[in-house]
Design a protein around this ligand. Structure first.
Ligand SMILES: C[S@@+](CC[C@H](N)C(=O)[O-])C[C@H]1O[C@@H](n2cnc3c(N)ncnc32)[C@H](O)[C@@H]1O
Length: 234
């Protein structure tokens, strides 16, 4: 399932523009859930950088890393705000000192990996560069409808061939890494996104966005788009 940087690049071009222009819903959710206005943020596997671009208006600085050269070039050449930085780097070997960022996150990144052993390496590296909060946002396997829809789309477009996660799976993975490396942290699984709710709220614009970010946590898992692994170092 995992693609090499070149393979990824060849598929990404068409999606870059579409993703960049979408609603930065995750950025809005992050701002409503975390006090990050004075913080340095890292987005791993940033792709279009849509969420980071939105966050850059509100936080101290945001850094995007991605390992695909063309993806990085597209983003770096797209007139970035002064506090947004883009770097080509492998998420398994990040070029930053320990605890360099206050909050680190990625979305739609772990879903590219079949192997839990690889995810463990990626999580350990993410935790290393994080001072406070690490987030991993993955597609929720308890939402049968979105699993089916992705299966149908994958027949035409290989970009939709990705992994879904059951919330307890990512909780176990995080517990294993935190325990093995003696990291003192609180682990929680949160809910983010709901495609049907978003469609319903779309006509309400910004008001709908504000309402949506408050409501995800009350939805049953079968309607939720993503599970968020939240690890807070103590
Ligand atoms: C599905 S995209 C993420 C999309 C992104 N969240 C967005 O909103 O545009 C996954 C990204 O992870 C990157 N990626 C895959 N493996 C990587 C690795 N080992 N290190 C860094 N980036 C990687 C890919 O190049 C791709 O841009």
């Amino acid at each position: 399932m995992l693609k090499s940087p070149d393979e990824w690049d060849s598929q990404w071009e068409t999606w870059f523009h579409r993703y960049s222009q979408g609603n930065p819903r995750l950025g809005k959710w992050l701002l409503s859930n975390y006090s990050i206005t004075n913080e340095n943020i890292l987005e791993i596997g940033a792709g279009s950088g849509r969420e980071s671009r939105f966050l850059s208006q509100k936080v101290k600085s945001v850094t995007c890393v991605d390992f695909a050269p063309h993806a990085v070039r597209l983003l770096a050449n797209s007139s970035l705000p002064g506090n947004m930085h883009v770097l080509m780097a492998d998420a398994a070997n990040l070029p930053f000192p320990d605890k360099y960022f206050d909050l680190t996150f990625h979305k739609g990144f772990w879903i590219l990996f079949d192997s839990n052993a690889k995810l463990e390496i990626l999580l350990h590296e993410q935790l290393r560069v994080t001072r406070h909060i690490s987030l991993a946002i993955v597609q929720n396997g308890l939402n049968n409808r979105q699993v089916r829809e992705a299966g149908t789309k994958a027949q035409k477009d290989p970009l939709f061939r990705f992994r879904f996660f059951i919330p307890s799976e990512i909780n176990s993975l995080a517990c294993k890494i935190v325990t093995e490396h003696g990291i003192r942290a609180h682990i929680q699984i949160l809910k983010y996104g709901a495609p049907s709710l978003s469609r319903f709220l779309l006509p309400l614009g910004a008001l709908g966005d504000r309402f949506a970010v408050k409501i995800y946590k009350f939805l049953p898992w079968k309607f939720v788009e993503c599970a968020v692994l939240q690890i807070v170092k103590v």
